[in-house]
Structures are given as structure tokens and as C-alpha cells.
Ligand binder design. Structure first.
Ligand code: DCP
Length: 229
């Protein structure tokens, strides 16, 4: 974003440090974000942060991810409050390479997942209000620079098949309609100006291909991604 790049050039002017770039990999559940990050982790100068999903499955011995899927009305806010904290922690952690790639962001957690719970009637308005106030406070008071969003664009059907294939226990209850709703929110966010604000420009990568096809996509887009920064 222009705000983050001017902040970065200000930093450059003050202490001669090089600008560090942050890329967020975004996409539906099982769109292949982890594979993408694995591919780029082999590139020098890029540090890769995976999503803190293991934390969402175990906080003090509790599994808020599983609880959310079992009863979103009751546990949606519990999971999403913790997701917001863990994403904020990721965004604010010290960057050790010129380029950081991370899985999802504080922004998609709010604009896609919290939004979906609320719009589908699975989150009480008071929970949505409290999460929104937290989110607004954070984004007003803390600088969260993002330079590029890479959107792995899939069909909900592809994600549905991948979710079934990988058999993550918590996700066994996910119906196709859930993936369709997440898909629609992502599409609106990326392509519709009237939707939630984008923190950075977006590069779209078609992601319905099989593993070999995807590795080929990443190879082809590698220079494009690096050229953005
Ligand atoms: N999740 C959620 N709310 C969020 C973020 C994630 O409910 N704000 C859920 C969706 C998934 C699980 O957490 O069930 C893991 O999320 P991802 O889809 O990001 O992780 P994957 O491992 O599925 O990514 P990929 O398969 O693309 O590598």
C-alpha cells in the first residue's frame, strides 16, 4: 500500500535500512496455501510464516477450531478472538529476511471468516460487534504493513474434494455450501470495489490444478511476485 511504502521509505531515509516486503497468501480452505509457502521457502531472501492453525487446535488443552465447527453460534467468537490475536502476533513479529511470506492475514480473518459467521446467522450481533471493535482498534492504532496479496483462486468444488481427501478431523463437518460462502466473500473482497478494503494490490493465481500443475504456476509467477516488491 502507499501508506506502508511511504512509511518504509521514511525508515530508509532515517537509518538506511532496506525496506522489507510482506506478502500474504490468501485463498479458501484447502486452496493450497501451505504448498505455495513450501515452494517459496526454498527461495533465498524469503522467510515463510505458516498459519498458526496448531494453536487454534490447542490452547491450554482446548480445541477452539473443533468447537467452532461443532457449534458456531456458541464458539465462533472464541475461535475468532484467538485467531485475531495469533494473526496480530504474526504480523508484529520481527522480520528476519528481505521478504516475508505469510499464510492469510488479520484482514481475511475479519473480512472473510468473521463476516461469514455473522452473515450466515451463525454469530450473534453482539459477538460481531465486539470482534469488530477489537479489529477497528487494532487497525487504527497498530501499523500492519502488507505489500502484496497473492490470491489462490479455486472453485469451491476443488476445495471440497481436497478437504475430504486430507481428512482433518475438525473439518469433517464442512459442507460444500460453507466453502461456497467463503469463496464468494473472497471473490467480492478481491474483485469488488464496494466490498471490504484491500490492504495491498492482489496477484491472482489459478489454483485448481493438481500438485505438479501448481508447482508450475508458482514457478511461472515467481518473478511476477518478486517484481511487485
Ligand atoms: N479458519 C477459521 N477462521 C479463520 C481462519 C481459519 O475458521 N479466521 C479455519 C478454516 C480451516 C482451518 O481454520 O478449517 C485452517 O485454515 P486454512 O484453510 O487457512 O488452512 P489450510 O491448511 O486449509 O490451508 P491450505 O490447505 O490452503 O494450505
Amino acid at each position: 500500500s502507499s501508506a506502508s511504502s511511504s512509511a518504509a521509505s521514511g525508515k530508509l531515509a532515517r537509518n538506511g535500512e532496506d525496506k522489507k516486503a510482506v506478502i500474504c497468501i490468501e485463498g479458501n480452505i484447502a486452496s493450497g496455501k501451505t504448498t505455495c509457502l513450501e515452494y517459496f521457502s526454498k527461495t533465498s531472501n524469503i522467510e515463510v510464516l505458516t498459519e498458526p492453525v496448531s494453536k487454534w487446535r490447542n490452547v491450554w488443552g482446548h480445541n477452539p477450531l473443533a468447537l467452532m465447527y461443532q457449534d458456531p453460534q456458541r464458539w465462533g467468537i472464541t475461535l475468532q478472538t484467538y485467531v485475531q490475536l495469533t494473526m496480530l502476533d504474526r504480523h508484529l513479529s520481527a522480520i528476519s529476511a528481505p521478504i516475508r511470506m505469510m499464510e492469510r492475514s488479520l484482514f481475511s480473518a475479519k473480512y472473510i471468516f468473521v463476516e461469514n459467521l455473522f452473515r450466515s446467522g451463525k454469530m450473534p450481533e453482539v459477538d460481531y460487534a465486539v470482534l469488530s471493535e477489537w479489529f477497528n482498534w487494532i487497525t487504527t492504532n497498530v501499523s500492519i504493513p502488507v505489500d502484496l496479496i497473492v490470491y489462490l483462486q479455486t472453485s469451491p468444488q476443488t476445495c471440497y474434494e481436497r478437504v475430504k481427501q486430507r481428512c482433518r478431523e475438525e473439518e469433517k463437518v464442512i459442507p460444500l455450501e460453507y466453502l461456497e460462502a467463503i469463496h464468494q466473500l473472497y471473490e467480492d473482497w478481491v474483485f469488488k470495489r464496494s466490498s471490504s478494503p484491500l490492504p495491498a494490490p492482489v496477484l491472482v493465481i489459478p489454483a485448481d490444478h493438481d500438485l505438479q500443475g501448481m508447482l508450475h504456476q508458482y514457478e511461472e509467477n515467481r518473478d511476477k511476485i518478486l517484481a511487485y516488491l
